[in-house]
Design a protein around this ligand. Structure first.
Ligand code: ATP
Length: 363
């Protein structure tokens, strides 16, 4: 059962507006793949192109190596779970799960067997006769998953399915969705603007901005080696210092940080940078640590403007003495305890970082 999905030079225009720029991408069979991006970047549009709700203006979609142009939504080997779960509130759990089978002409006995099996799989055995309105948010979620699975899709398309749930349940459902995906081997294509969801569940993530895929990579690579400034700023938290490239030796680059003096970082993967180029250095709050004012290596002196205790860590908001730019610094439990006396508003501190952790990208 090949659940791979391939987009070949897909473009989507609505009138004069291009919602999806030319995109080519292959999603592997059995992969948990997410599209991550801010509202309006084109995630839902791409999903609708795969499901067949939208016909691309250009390009081809293949599911399991078969071109699906002209194949209607209900004939594609895909099923979709929407943000609002799209359950029928006046129907029972059984009726909801069996709906997709009924419209495909499956007989009553087989429908009931399938729905009972699927209810057991999502740990809701015995709930079939209940009205959907009697269920909790998490239970409704599981009914939606069972319903989507009833039609035995090769690809499950999920459009922000957790966004209506409260935080605790959302976290629980992340683990549950991931485990269902692993157990079934169905390809999951998941869209979200929540990076936490994308990073914790996905095998790979495509980060999107304004109709364009910025980077496709596994979560750790996205976090450690963002390919563009957009990814560096959107995935996790980053400090951004504008600068100019002075000298490059392999991955290591020296920058003219203006009033900050010399900055050092590592060139982003695959980016072309030349001397004199305008660049930005991205260094994450958790990669900064207090150092002596005369320590070797990159140093940034800042004045603490706010101290936020966040449980497992302390977040400092500082302003760089030389340039007036903001710098956020996250100190782990050990370090914050060690420097407890210095962590007060108005205090000046010097921070250092390992140049291997600071990514330099074109500005
Ligand atoms: P959200 O997270 O808010 O759902 P999204 O990333 O899913 O956003 P899309 O719904 O795919 O974004 O929309 C992408 C862009 O295309 C938006 O600017 C939207 O206004 C536009 N768009 C989507 N559908 C249509 C349509 N049928 N006609 C015209 N413009 C559309």
């Amino acid at each position: 059962m090949d659940g791979s999905v391939r987009l070949d030079e897909v473009v989507m225009r609505f009138g004069d507006f291009t919602a999806i720029e030319k995109t080519s991408l292959t999603i592997g069979s059995g992969e948990f793949f997410s599209f991550l991006g801010p509202s309006g970047c084109g995630k839902t549009t791409l999903l609708n192109i795969v499901s067949g709700f939208l016909v691309p203006s250009q390009g081809q979609v293949f599911i399991g190596e078969e071109p699906v142009a002209g194949v209607p939504v209900n004939r594609r080997p895909t099923a979709m779970i929407f943000q609002n779960l799209a359950l029928f509130p006046l129907m029972t759990v059984f009726e909801n799960i069996e709906f997709g089978l009924e419209v495909r002409g499956v007989g009553k006995k087989q429908r009931r067997e399938t729905s009972e099996r699927l209810l057991a799989l999502v740990a809701l055995e015995g709930s079939g006769p209940k009205q959907v309105t009697e269920l909790s948010g998490g239970q409704k979620q599981r009914v939606a998953i069972a319903g989507a699975r009833a039609v035995a899709p090769r690809v499950l398309l999920l459009d922000e399915p957790l966004s209506a749930l409260d935080l605790k349940l959302r976290q629980h459902m992340r683990a549950e969705l991931k485990s269902i995906q692993r157990k079934t081997g169905i390809t999951f294509i998941y869209i979200t603007h929540d990076q936490g969801e994308a990073l914790t569940m996905s095998d790979r993530v495509a980060v999107m901005s304004a109709g364009r895929i910025q980077q496709v990579a596994d979560p750790m690579t996205l976090y450690r080696s963002p390919a563009t400034g957009f990814v560096a700023a959107f995935v996790g938290e980053n400090n951004r210092l504008e600068s100019r490239l002075v000298d490059r030796e392999g991955q290591r680059v020296r920058l003219d940080g203006g009033a900050l003096g010399e900055l050092v970082g590592s060139a982003g993967e695959g980016v072309s940078l030349g001397n004199g180029d305008r660049v930005a250095l991205y260094v994450r709050p958790e990669h900064l640590k207090p150092v002596a004012a005369d320590a070797a290596g990159p140093r940034l002196e800042g004045e603490i403007e706010a101290v936020h205790f966040e449980g497992a860590s302390v977040m400092l908001e500082t302003r760089l003495t030389a340039s007036g730019e903001k710098l956020r610094v996250q100190l782990g439990h050990e370090v914050s305890r060690q420097y407890a006396d210095s962590l007060t508003v108005g205090q000046r501190m010097t921070f250092g970082y390992d140049p291997a952790d600071a990514v330099v990208l074109p500005d």
